[in-house]
Write a protein that binds this ligand. Structure first.
Ligand SMILES: [Zn+2]
Length: 320
């Protein structure tokens, strides 16, 4: 996700911050929480841009660019290092040390702690005093980012303005993925697999994704029992893998949801490029609810560790 995307996907949260900024009522500490991929880090950077941009947060001017590239001396970011499980006490001490000194550049200062819920209790406690009284004269704003709010000590929660980040609607996520240069059909399918656009791009690098995609599209064209059996035999090894089958199921479920949606209108379909197939499937099947229930049941079976290859047979049989 790009930072400017939060203006659309998290408009409500952005507007709350913008309004506070315009009225000179920004808090000195925020806690952004919500699932992965909801734009919390991006919003933290948007807030930093807001403080420095002369065009009302344009993300294009030199000030915005400096912040977004991580080169602004007054904006600091720490997160869990790749090889660690937690933000370390040393990282926190270093941050506090940096903020106790006068900056070489005038203007408000922002520190972002991405993963406060992945910081030890003692690490979190050492931040408390810092939140209350940063030791420099400039206006200082702390932004804490968490996926699991319950892992953040209540003493930090009570000192922050809490902002919850809702999951991004699937159609917006699809459009974000598409805008990053991925074909609409793939963006649509990838949006069924994750809530996180960065994770979607990772999945897109995986060969198995393309194999599932191709066989899913093939499945949509099967018309006879004989073809169905051939399809099953050809793919049964590949779909004895839990993750591959899980991916296929996610596509099928979204397809059936779209079939259902298309009763009213085709404007809101997630799998828009498959619109023709969705409409013809709707025409051919008058037991849609039953089909949906059956496939949902397959999902549950898979979660309950029923052998993937048995579930695969059931899916093919019931979907067609
Ligand atoms: Zn700007």
């Amino acid at each position: 996700m790009k930072v400017k995307d939060v203006l659309v996907t998290q408009k409500k949260n952005f507007n709350i911050l913008k309004q506070a900024y315009d009225n000179d009522r920004l808090s000195h500490a925020y806690l952004f929480y919500g699932e992965k991929g909801t734009g919390k880090k991006e919003m933290a950077y948007a807030l930093a841009c807001m403080l420095y941009c002369k065009n009302g947060c344009c993300f294009e001017c030199p000030e915005c660019k400096r912040i977004l590239s991580g080169n602004h001396i007054n904006v600091s970011y720490i997160t869990v290092d790749d090889d660690k499980r937690q933000i370390s006490k040393e990282q926190i001490i270093q941050l506090q040390d940096e903020f106790s000194k006068t900056s070489l550049e005038e203007g408000p200062r922002v520190y972002i702690v991405d993963g406060i819920d992945e910081t030890s209790i003692s690490g979190q406690n050492s931040l408390l005093k810092f939140i209350e009284e940063p030791q420099n004269k400039e206006k200082t704003i702390g932004i804490f980012i968490a996926t699991e709010l319950s892992n953040v000590v209540t003493t930090i929660q009570s000192r922050c303005v809490l902002e919850h980040f809702d999951n991004i609607p699937r159609d917006s996520l699809r459009d974000i993925i598409h805008e990053s240069g991925i074909e609409l059909i793939d963006a649509s399918l990838l949006s069924c697999l994750t809530n996180d656009s960065d994770e979607a791009l990772e999945i897109y690098k995986n060969d198995n994704y393309f194999m599932v995609r191709d066989s899913f599209l093939e499945l949509l064209d099967i018309k006879t029992k004989k073809d169905m059996t051939l399809f099953y035999l050809k793919n049964q090894m590949f779909y004895s893998d839990y993750q591959n089958l899980n991916m296929l199921l996610s596509f099928i479920l979204q397809f059936l949801e779209d079939v259902n949606l298309s009763k009213n209108s085709t404007d809101k379909l997630i799998l828009k490029p498959l619109c023709d197939k969705i409409l013809s499937y709707k025409k051919k099947n008058n037991n849609l609810e039953e089909k949906y229930e059956n496939i949902l049941n397959d999902f549950k079976m898979l979660k309950a560790n029923v052998l993937a290859k048995n579930v695969f047979f059931d899916i093919v049989d019931k979907f067609i």
